[in-house]
Write a protein that binds this ligand. Structure first.
Ligand SMILES: [Fe+2]
Ligand SMILES: [Fe+2]
Length: 375
């Protein structure tokens, strides 16, 4: 039984526990001595570790995916936590290892999330789209794989059940938006939301550590998803050409930009919406992972590669933190002032987004490989 989990490790904690090595790289100091940087993982999260030269010289060979017994101490490093390893040894006898202690898994209820997805499918009125989704989600083998899948290796929803969690959030928000913007086709946007990342079931291999499969490296989830959906569409007689093209377009364009791996930019309203919602949910998932892995009580995160900045973790200090609205009873009742404030805020946000997007376009062209993993 594992004694300590990543979530219990704070600055100053003495560590003596089992982990799985999810990343290992050998680095050089200025004087050319080798040292080793490792990422150690369990079901609660991961922590960066360093094995300095003197310890590393005597360490028996281990590799990514190995279970290791680690002793050391947690210190603060660039606003984050770092485990200085004083002892590390590979566990050879895996019989006593409880694998579920090491596999990162969604904290949400998987069966509950899947039945929500199924009720969205049942709410689709178009018979062709409904049949298409049923071909996937009434297949037990597919459903089991979908429930186990991750949405990424790192950065957002990077755990078993992460794809389901992300897909459900995107679908919920798209459903809400389809009621707000009447010219969105609800059936099409719900179908696109549920299927947008379906290729991830084959892009990633979710074992104790998450790996990108050969197929994932060669094709990527957008291409895999396009293939999976087209294959099923071909089994449905009379599937309308226009509907097929629109649905496949949502999948192909959901990363928004060619630099992010989309061969087409969004050209129909439903595709614009899926792209923005997907991006937003990935950002929120990414922020949540940073929050989980940061030191408790820390106001700011360490530099986060996915956001290319450090983010604020401190909660807003409100006078009545349990009171969500600052409006008076009357304003809350009639909503007029509240509505005005919301509209202004949204306008401000849109303006800011346009500027940020323009800057981002420039920046992202330089960093396409990393971005490919972000959504
Ligand atoms: Fe996505
Ligand atoms: Fe994606």
């Amino acid at each position: 039984m594992k004694k300590q989990y990543v979530s219990n490790l704070k600055v100053g904690t003495n560590v003596n526990s089992l982990f799985v090595v999810s990343h290992k790289s050998i680095k050089k100091k200025k004087n050319n001595d080798d040292y080793c940087a490792v990422t150690l993982q369990d079901k609660e999260g991961s922590i960066e570790g360093v094995i300095w030269t003197e310890v590393f010289k005597n360490v028996e060979y281990f590799e990514e995916g190995d279970f290791v017994l680690v002793k050391g101490n947690v210190s603060e490093y660039r606003g984050g936590k770092q485990l200085s390893v004083s002892f590390i040894t590979k566990i050879k006898n895996k019989e006593d290892i409880e694998y579920s202690d090491f596999i990162r898994t969604t904290k949400e209820n998987v069966d509950g999330m899947m039945s929500e997805i199924k009720s969205y499918i049942n709410s689709i009125k178009d018979q062709h789209l409904r049949k298409l989704l049923d071909l996937f989600f009434k297949d037990e083998d597919f459903t089991r794989r979908f429930c186990r899948a991750t949405a990424a290796v790192r950065y957002h929803h990077a755990y078993s059940g992460g794809l389901l969690e992300h897909t459900l959030s995107v679908t919920k928000i798209c459903d809400f938006l389809s009621r707000t913007y009447k010219n969105l086709n609800r059936d099409l946007i719900i179908s696109g939301a549920i299927l947008h990342d379906i290729g991830k079931i084959r892009e990633y291999d979710v074992g104790v550590i998450i790996k990108v499969t050969d197929e994932g490296k060669l094709l990527g989830h957008i291409t895999i998803g396009y293939g999976l959906v087209l294959e099923k569409i071909k089994k449905i007689s009379g599937f309308p050409t226009d509907l097929r093209e629109r649905l496949l377009h949502i999948i192909l364009s959901h990363h928004g930009h060619k630099e992010f791996g989309s061969p087409r930019r969004p050209k129909i309203l439903e595709a614009f919406v899926v792209y923005h919602v997907d991006h937003m949910d990935a950002d929120i998932g990414g922020y949540n992972i940073i929050l989980e892995e940061s030191n408790e009580g820390e106001d700011w995160s360490a530099y986060a590669k996915n956001f290319e900045r450090s983010v604020m973790l401190k909660k807003p200090e409100l006078e009545n933190s349990d009171q969500k609205s600052t409006g008076t009873d009357e304003e809350e009742k009639f909503g007029e002032k509240g509505l005005g404030v919301d509209i202004k805020t949204n306008d401000d946000r849109n303006e800011r987004n346009l500027t940020e997007d323009a800057n981002k376009d420039e920046k992202t062209k330089q960093d396409a490989t990393k971005q490919d993993e972000l959504f």
